[in-house]
Design a protein around this ligand. Structure first.
Ligand code: IMP
Ligand code: MG
Length: 179
């Protein structure tokens, strides 16, 4: 007896495109031409960010940050570690964080607070997918694509062990028992 991995489509590429268009419309309307600095969270946001920024109409810069979280067996909270800091000037800028998915919320909460240290004019959060079932901190998402069930998702930038990022649909990764 073993297990086999299967992929079940949750959000197909046409649906993703519709969601990205809707988010871009909301962002274009709110910033109304003001210059923007878009900060993507590596690596999961890279495809979403690439699609989103091509629909934004204001002048903008793009930068990326790297974050990793690791559990500390002695405490109940995870610690987030920055593996790549922003390389561009953020002081006085309108900053929009672009994240693939929020789960516990710890990563996005950490990054939002961290970027405020650079004294931007504002920091807002745009998240493609929200999995609120396992939230551990309160988090305000300014632009939310879709709320999703508590399943492990891959595709459209999301990975499992570095794989599946290139899938055009967002899929549930399921382990199926095999006799
Ligand atoms: P959080 O700090 O628990 O909100 O986790 C956010 C990060 O965990 C995301 O940016 C992803 O990198 C990763 N993550 C959470 N859920 C999934 C998933 O279903 N598939 C792939 N990565 C995930
Ligand atoms: Mg991520």
């Amino acid at each position: 007896m073993g297990s086999q991995t299967t992929l079940k489509i949750l959000i197909d590429s046409q649906n993703i495109e519709d969601v990205v268009c809707r988010l871009a419309d909301e962002i274009n309307r709110d910033y109304n031409g003001k210059p923007l600095t878009v900060i993507g969270v590596l690596c999961g946001s890279f495809i979403f960010l690439a699609d989103l920024v091509r629909k934004l109409k204001m002048p903008l810069d793009v930068d990326f940050v790297g974050l990793s979280s690791y559990g500390d067996g002695r405490e109940t909270t995870e610690h987030i570690h920055m593996t790549k800091c922003p390389g561009c000037e953020l002081a006085g800028r309108e900053v929009l964080i672009v994240e693939d998915i929020t789960d516990t919320g710890l990563t996005s909460a950490f990054l939002t607070e961290h970027l405020k240290r650079y004294k931007p004019a504002s920091v807002k959060l745009c998240v493609l997918l929200d999995k609120p079932a396992r939230r551990r901190v309160s988090l305000h998402i300014d632009y939310l694509g879709l709320t999703v069930p508590d399943e492990f998702l891959v595709g459209y930038g999301l990975d499992y062990a570095g794989k599946y990022r290139n899938l055009t649909d967002i899929c549930i990764l399921e382990d199926e028992a095999e006799c």
